[in-house]
Write a protein that binds this ligand. Structure first.
Ligand code: ADP
Ligand code: MG
Length: 284
């Protein structure tokens, strides 16, 4: 029955590992586990060491940084176990699932809802950037809802590790074939700093509002070309009811030279958020 890597004995003493697979990512399988002493559920992220390709030391450095991350919009790393074959990360459980799945279900979000989600995303990014952590792989698959309610908090997952688990071109190859959220300077291999995440937030904001990504191509090569060109449109059919402020916000993030993009803090000060908040207060 035991097909995965052999679990750490201390972990098995403390936690019951369930068969419930919460998700499968690029490098990890994530399962629900229960702390035996309290019955409370957590997520267990299992990373096979063979996928690290000799970068185990880097992983340890990253993990020591990740274990310091404590923010309402970031999934916290609570405990770590290691065996010969695998690394096991115990994190908060995000019961609401991926933003990706919610978006598929809904088609798109109202401006008010999108603004709330983008704001929470940016609060998490702001915090990570303050800690000098660049996510590099922000996309709706890596944004998880805390619970299944309508106003569930959004949490960023999978940060930091992308730096260890991927290098250069790997980012592109491993991004499930459609790296539509990646910044142009990553594709051109000329940059991977904090502005990379701001670009991705811009792509996500666009996608939440209309239900499709701004950059598109028949194949990966033409998608890359499209991203590098930096050109996108607001098709009348889908965007006619969306405010100019929302478009101005997206335009301010999807700027080609990375230095011209706002910081997360600056982006949070965009008038779009204030306008949405005020609207929320007048409409029941
Ligand atoms: P990878 O580095 O392999 O991409 P992720 O951390 O993104 O791994 O996890 C893969 C998937 O597992 C996520 O997209 C999500 O569906 C699920 N998942 C990850 N962490 C959690 C969590 N804390 N709570 C619930 N589901 C999770
Ligand atoms: Mg992931």
């Amino acid at each position: 029955r035991e097909r995965g890597p052999r679990m750490h004995p201390d972990m098995l003493e403390l936690y019951e590992v369930t068969d419930h697979v919460l998700g499968v990512g690029t490098f990890a399988t994530v399962k629900e586990i229960k702390l035996k002493s309290t019955g409370k559920s957590y997520a267990l992220k299992i990373i096979l060491k063979k996928s690290l390709q000799g970068k185990g030391t880097m992983l340890n450095t990253e993990i020591s940084i990740l274990s310091k991350v404590r923010h309402p919009n970031c999934v916290s790393l609570l405990e770590l176990f290691e065996t010969e074959d695998a690394v096991y990360l115990v994190t908060d459980l995000a019961e609401g699932g991926e933003l990706f799945d919610q978006l598929l279900k809904k088609g798109s979000y109202t401006e008010g809802d999108a603004a709330r989600l983008v704001r929470e995303m940016l609060l998490g990014v702001e915090y990570l950037h303050e800690m000098d952590i660049v996510h590099r792989d922000l996309k709706p698959e890596n944004l998880l809802f805390m619970d299944k309610t309508d106003n569930a908090r959004l949490m960023i997952t999978d940060f930091g590790l992308s730096k260890v688990l991927t290098s250069g071109n790997d980012v592109l190859m491993t991004a499930c074939g459609t790296p539509g959220y990646v910044a142009p300077e990553v594709l051109e291999q000329i940059g991977h700093g904090k502005p990379v995440d701001i670009w991705s937030v811009g792509v996500i904001a666009y996608t939440l509002l209309c239900g499709y990504t701004p950059f598109w191509g028949e194949d990966q090569a033409s998608l890359f070309e499209c991203i590098i060109s930096g050109e996108y449109e607001y098709e009348e059919e889908y965007w006619k009811d969306i405010s100019g402020l929302a478009k101005a916000f997206i335009d301010s993030l999807l700027v080609r030279p990375a230095e011209k993009r706002p910081t997360a803090t600056q982006a949070l000060n965009h008038p779009w958020f204030r306008a949405m908040l005020e609207q929320d207060m007048v409409t029941p």
